[in-house]
Each structure stands twice: as C-alpha cells, then as structure tokens.
Design a protein around this ligand. Structure first.
Ligand SMILES: C[S@@+](CC[C@H](N)C(=O)[O-])C[C@H]1O[C@@H](n2cnc3c(N)ncnc32)[C@H](O)[C@@H]1O
Length: 345
C-alpha cells in the first residue's frame, strides 16, 4: 500500500530510494535474482536502502552505480512516499533520471539477472514488483493515490475543517424530486460531515450516509443529533460497498468521485447507477481538477455513462474555469467542478 501523505501513527523502519531511469520514452527495469527472498524473479526499478549519513540523493546515485553502472548527474526527486507492507514500513524517495542516450548497463548479478528498456505502459503488463504499477501510474499517468482512511480521519478530527455550507442548488433538485412522494430513500456517499445528508433528511428522505472516515461518521451522527433528524451513518469504503446490491430512490454524491483512484471512478459510478431504483435520481458533483493535484476526473466520461445507459440528463454543468473554493480548509483553494443530475428511466 502506498500513501502520498504520511498516515497517522506511521513509523517507518526503513528509508529507501528508487528511480525511473528514462531514455527515449522507455524506462529501465531490472529482473530480481530468482533466489531473492523478496519478490525474486520479478521486474523492479533500480532501488535500495539509504545508508547511515547518506542523503536520499547520494543513496540513489550510489545504488545506480552499484546496480546498473549508470552515473547520474541530473537526477530529480519526484516524490517522497510512504509504503506499508506486513513485513516493513518504508519512507521511499522516488527519483527520475532523464538520459539522452542508452547507457551501457553493468548488472550486479547477485541482485539482478537481466534488464530491459520498456515503455511505462508495457511495463504494467510485466511481472513487476508489488506496487510498481502504482508508482508508474503516479509518475506517468498523473494518477493520484487515493487518500487513506487515516488521512481523512485526521482531516475530520479537526473541527474547524469542512467543505462549507450545503449548496442550495443541489438540494433544490432533491426537494423537487421529493415533491408529492413519501417514504423516499436516499444515500449520500462520501458524506463527510453530513453537510448534505442532514438537509436531505430534513426534506423527508430516509437517509443513509456512507463515509470512509470514522471521524467523519462521528461528525455526521453529532450533526444529525443537533438537528434532531435520523440519519443512518455507515462507515465503509465506497469502492467496495458500491458492489453490494442495494436500492435507493436518490443517490447523492458531492466531492467523492475525485477522491478515488482513477481506475475505480467509473466502476463506482456504475455501482451508484445500479443502486438507483427505476425513476430514481442521481445528483453527482465532483472536482474535475484541483490546483496542486491536477486533473482528477476525466471530463465527459461520467456524463457519457449516464447517456449510454439512456438516463434522462436533467442538469449538467461543467465550470469553465478554475475558481476559489468555499471550503474551510487552508490548502487546495482552487478548483473546477462538474455537476450531473440524471434520472433513471
Ligand atoms: C471532499 S470530501 C466531501 C465530503 C462531503 N460529501 C461534502 O460535500 O462536504 C470527500 C469525502 O469522501 C470521503 N471518502 C474518500 N474516499 C472514500 C471512499 N473510498 N469511500 C467513502 N468515502 C470516501 C472522505 O472521507 C471525505 O469525507
């Protein structure tokens, strides 16, 4: 498991370095000796532990010479990451080295028995080390790694933080949909502190709030109690829960989809669509991009799913420009969103 932010109570027992050596669109992979106790017989990056009194940069330069014979001058640090496995916790410095021409590779045969230059896309199809796929996607596809439950717990523990007051225009769709109906069920997924779940309950919906963070769940329960409404707050990972068979009249999601790994986004939306009863409604709002985090959701893909499934698009709006966020947080202050309201026919 890889984290971009240090999870709470994460105490690394090793500091290590690794490097994408790149030449002409191809990266260097090394085949680990098959007798190696750790993932022998798999392809990996040049990497190794940081020795005492070494900086990460000195360590990767040394490892590159030892493992490949490459002398690296213009090496750049891409990211510091946190890697967690049952056997160890690592602080991991990931570097990138751009090479003008293919260097001669001199392997240390005790560690590696072969090497190859391969495009990052093709590398994903090889028998590669655990989590190397994530590193490749992170560097070459700009894929974020979804924030962990611990990250969100820390976020919601801080009582001064939230995403602002609920947006009336979203609740108006829910209100209109509920007109003249009784006993409607709704789920607010990635519910946060319940800033939408509680108003939805006030509109008369029987609301379930699904949230990854147990601190978020606590805040939903406190908020519901303060407002005198009943909300069933459930702790769970949307990516997994959306595969369950469930049924709701309204599925609501504000600011959840962009927080998932890219590869989980569309399957999750499909899960939400499947949860929706015939004539039911989806209100989905997500960030297309956030300053500092780049493009998070592919514009048009989600709307395309609703159209392909012949849902009636009631409202669709993509903000044309990045704007100041109204969230009560001190980071990620600028973003651009997309909103889709669609009815299952
Ligand atoms: C940007 S906040 C939005 C919160 C809320 N919906 C709102 O509009 O204020 C994203 C929320 O998604 C939650 N989250 C992130 N990944 C999740 C997952 N895999 N399953 C469920 N919730 C998740 C986070 O804990 C956080 O509360």
């Amino acid at each position: 498991m890889i984290f971009e932010n240090k999870p709470v109570r994460f105490v690394p027992n090793v500091s290590a370095v690794g490097c994408f050596c790149e030449c002409d669109g191809k990266i260097l992979l090394l085949l680990r000796n098959k007798n190696d106790a750790f993932e022998g017989g798999k392809w990996g990056l040049p990497n190794g532990s940081i020795e005492q009194n070494e900086t990460p940069e000195q360590a990767i330069k040394r490892e590159l010479i030892e493992e490949t014979g490459i002398e690296s001058k213009n090496i750049t640090l891409f990211k510091k990451l946190y890697l967690e496995y049952p056997y160890e916790k690592l602080k991991y410095y990931l570097f990138h080295l751009a090479l003008d021409e293919l260097p001669e590779i001199k392997l240390d045969s005790l560690e590696h028995t072969a090497y190859k230059w391969i495009s990052p896309k093709e590398a994903l199809k090889e028998n590669i080390l655990v989590d190397l796929d994530k590193l490749i996607k992170l560097y070459y596809e700009g894929n974020q790694i979804a924030r962990s439950k611990e990250w969100w717990d820390k976020f919601w523990e801080n009582q001064t933080q939230d995403f602002g007051t609920a947006r009336k225009e979203l609740l108006d769709f829910a209100e209109k949909f509920a007109e003249g109906k009784e006993g409607l069920t709704a789920i607010d997924v990635a519910s946060g502190n319940g800033r939408y779940a509680i108003p939805l309950a006030k509109l008369g919906y029987n609301v379930t709030a699904l949230e990854l963070s147990s601190e978020g769940v606590k805040r939903i329960r406190e908020y519901a109690k303060r407002e005198g409404v009943v909300v069933k707050a459930e702790q769970g990972d949307l990516v997994l829960v959306c595969k369950q068979k469930r049924e709701y009249d309204l599925v609501f999601c504000s600011g959840g989809i962009e927080e998932l790994d890219k590869e989980d986004q569309l399957t999750t939306v499909k899960g939400l669509m499947d949860w929706t009863k015939p004539n039911g409604l989806n209100i989905i709002k997500f960030c297309l991009e956030i300053e500092g985090r780049g493009k998070l959701v592919e514009s048009g893909n989600i709307e395309g799913m609703y159209k392909k499934a012949n849902w009636q698009i009631i409202y669709q709006y993509e903000e044309p420009q990045i704007r100041e966020s109204v969230a009560n947080i001190t980071f990620e202050k600028k973003l651009r969103t997309s909103t889709i309201v669609a009815k299952r026919i």
